[in-house]
Design a protein around this ligand. Structure first.
Ligand SMILES: Cc1ncc(COP(=O)(O)O)c(C=O)c1O
Length: 441
C-alpha cells in the first residue's frame, strides 16, 4: 500500500475528499471538470459551499481567508449585507425584465459621477463584452481598423484581445519585445495583423510604434495597472505620454478599468489624473453578479443611440442592465465611499510593506508589485515594470507559495495576485503575513 506523502497533492487530497468526489462527478459533464480555466489547479480545486465576509468554506468544512475575492470582484467580501438585502428585494420583485429598470439609471449615475471622463454609459454582461463594444465603437468612430494593446494586458476573451496577454519564458527570452503571440487556438485568421503590440511602461518605443501606424489605428487599450499580467502599475509619465500621442493622432485611448476601478474613487484614472476617451468596467460594479459596463465621450458613444432609427452600432445582450445585478451594484457602490477606498488602500499599502519586510528578513529574493488593495508577489530581484518582469520571476516558487497558503487556509491567485476586501481587518492581515513567512521557509 502506498503511504501518503507530504506533497501538496497528498495533503490537499486528504483535506478535501468531498471536493474530489465533486470534481470526478463534474468531469463527466464539464470538460476538464471546470467551467473557467483560472479556477482549476492540479489535482482539483476545492468546491465552495459558503462565503461570509472575508471567509469561505469548502464542502469538507475547511475554512479559507479569501485574498482572491473572485479575482478582485468582491470588494466588500462575501454576503455583504446591503448587497444581500438589495438582491432579496429584487428577487421578490423580479430578477430581470425585457425592459429597463431604475437600478440601471442609478448605477450609471454613480459611475458617471465618480469617473468624470465617462459622460455616457452602457451596461453589458461581462468584461469581455464591454471591451468588445469599446473596440467596436472605436472602429466605428474613427473608421480605422487597427487596435493597439500592450504585452501582458488582459482584456477578456474577444479574439482581438487574445494576443500576447500572456507570454511564456521562452517568448521573453527570445526577443526584447514586443511580440505577437496567439494565446488561443481557433482565433480568426489574421487577427494578429490588426492588433499592434506595444511595450508597457516604455514610452519612447510605444510612441514610435503608435506613430508608425497612426493613420490606421482606431484605439489603444491599456490597463492603468496591468492586472492578470502581474499587477504592474503604469508610470504616470507613461500614461500621460500615451494620452498625448493618441490625442495628437486622433486615436482613441481606452482604459480597461475592469480590475482597477477599485483603486480610486474615480478609478485608477482618478489616481493618475489621466482621462481616456472610453473606459470599461466590470468586477466590483455589480457587487458580485455578472455585469459590466463601458462608457466615455458622448460623441464616441453616440452610434449606440436608437432614438433616430436603427443605431449604427446596435447593442444586444439579454442580461444587459439586469435588474438584480444593477440593484446589487448600486448597494455595493454606494457603500464604497471615498473613505472606504482610502482605508482599504492604506491596508494594502501596509500589507505590501510588511511582506517586503518578511522577504528582507528571511533573505528571500522577492518583490511585491501593485498598490492599494491589489498586489502581486514575484520571486525575482529585478524590479518588475512590465509583464516580462513577471514572466522572468520564479514561477515554480510562486506555485509553491500558492499551495502552501492554501493548505494554511489562505486563498490568493496561483499567479501571485493578492486582493483585499473591506471585510478584512488587522487580524486577517496579521495571519496572512505570518502564513507567508511560514510558507516561504
Ligand atoms: C482587465 C480585465 N479586462 C477584461 C476582463 C474580462 O472580464 P470578464 O471575465 O468579465 O469577461 C478581465 C477579467 O479578468 C480583466 O481583468
Amino acid at each position: 500500500m502506498t503511504q501518503p506523502d507530504d506533497s501538496f497533492e497528498s495533503v490537499h487530497a486528504a483535506r478535501t475528499p468531498g471536493s474530489r468526489k465533486l470534481f470526478e462527478r463534474a468531469s463527466k459533464v464539464l470538460i476538464g471538470g471546470t467551467t473557467r480555466t483560472s479556477v482549476f489547479h492540479p489535482p482539483y480545486p476545492a468546491y465552495m459551499v459558503r462565503g461570509e465576509g472575508c471567509r469561505t468554506w469548502d464542502v469538507d468544512g475547511n475554512a479559507y481567508v479569501d485574498f482572491l475575492n473572485n479575482y478582485t470582484t468582491l470588494i466588500h467580501g462575501h454576503c455583504f449585507e446591503p448587497v444581500v438585502e438589495a438582491l432579496k428585494r429584487q428577487a421578490e420583485a423580479g430578477s430581470c425584465f425585457g425592459a429597463p429598470s431604475e437600478h440601471e439609471i442609478r448605477l450609471a449615475e454613480i459611475i458617471c459621477a465618480r469617473v468624470t471622463s465617462v459622460r455616457k454609459l452602457r451596461f453589458a454582461s461581462s468584461g469581455t463584452e464591454a471591451v468588445m463594444y469599446a473596440l467596436r465603437l472605436a472602429r466605428a468612430f474613427t473608421g480605422r481598423n487597427l487596435i493597439a494593446k500592450f504585452e501582458g494586458g488582459f482584456h477578456g476573451a474577444y479574439d482581438d484581445c487574445q494576443i500576447s496577454y500572456c507570454l511564456s519564458a521562452d517568448h521573453v527570452a527570445a526577443a526584447h519585445g514586443p511580440v505577437s503571440v496567439r494565446n488561443s487556438r481557433g482565433l480568426e485568421t489574421g487577427v494578429e495583423d490588426r492588433v499592434i503590440m506595444l511595450p508597457f511602461n516604455r514610452l519612447d518605443e510605444t510612441v514610435a510604434a503608435i506613430k508608425a501606424h497612426a493613420g490606421q489605428l482606431a484605439c489603444v487599450i491599456v490597463e492603468p495597472v496591468i492586472g492578470s499580467g502581474g499587477v504592474i502599475p503604469a508610470e504616470r509619465d507613461f500614461l500621460q505620454g500615451l494620452r498625448e500621442v493618441t490625442a495628437r493622432h486622433g486615436i482613441l485611448l481606452i482604459f480597461d478599468e475592469i480590475m482597477t476601478l477599485r483603486l480610486g474613487f474615480g478609478g485608477a484614472q482618478g489616481h493618475y489624473g489621466v482621462e481616456p476617451d472610453l473606459t470599461t468596467f466590470g468586477k466590483i460594479v455589480s457587487g458580485g453578479l455578472p455585469l459590466a459596463a463601458f462608457g466615455g465621450r458622448e460623441d464616441v458613444m453616440a452610434p449606440l443611440d436608437p432614438r433616430n432609427g436603427p443605431p449604427p452600432v446596435p447593442q444586444s445582450g439579454t442580461f444587459n442592465g439586469c435588474a438584480a445585478a444593477t440593484a446589487a451594484g448600486v448597494a455595493c457602490m454606494e457603500a464604497l465611499t471615498r473613505e472606504r477606498i482610502r482605508e482599504l488602500n492604506a491596508m494594502g499599502d501596509a500589507l505590501k510593506s510588511r511582506l517586503d519586510e518578511v522577504f528582507r528578513r528571511t533573505g528571500t529574493t522577492a518583490q511585491v508589485t501593485g498598490f492599494g488593495s491589489l498586489l502581486n508577489v514575484h520571486f525575482s530581484a529585478e524590479p518588475a515594470t512590465d509583464h516580462r518582469g513577471a514572466v522572468r520571476a520564479d514561477r515554480e516558487r510562486l506555485e509553491r507559495l500558492f499551495q502552501a497558503l492554501l493548505l494554511r487556509g489562505y486563498v490568493i491567485a496561483a499567479r501571485g495576485m493578492i486582493c483585499l476586501s473591506t471585510a478584512m481587518g488587522e487580524d486577517e492581515i496579521d495571519g496572512f503575513v505570518d502564513a507567508v513567512a511560514e510558507a516561504i521557509h
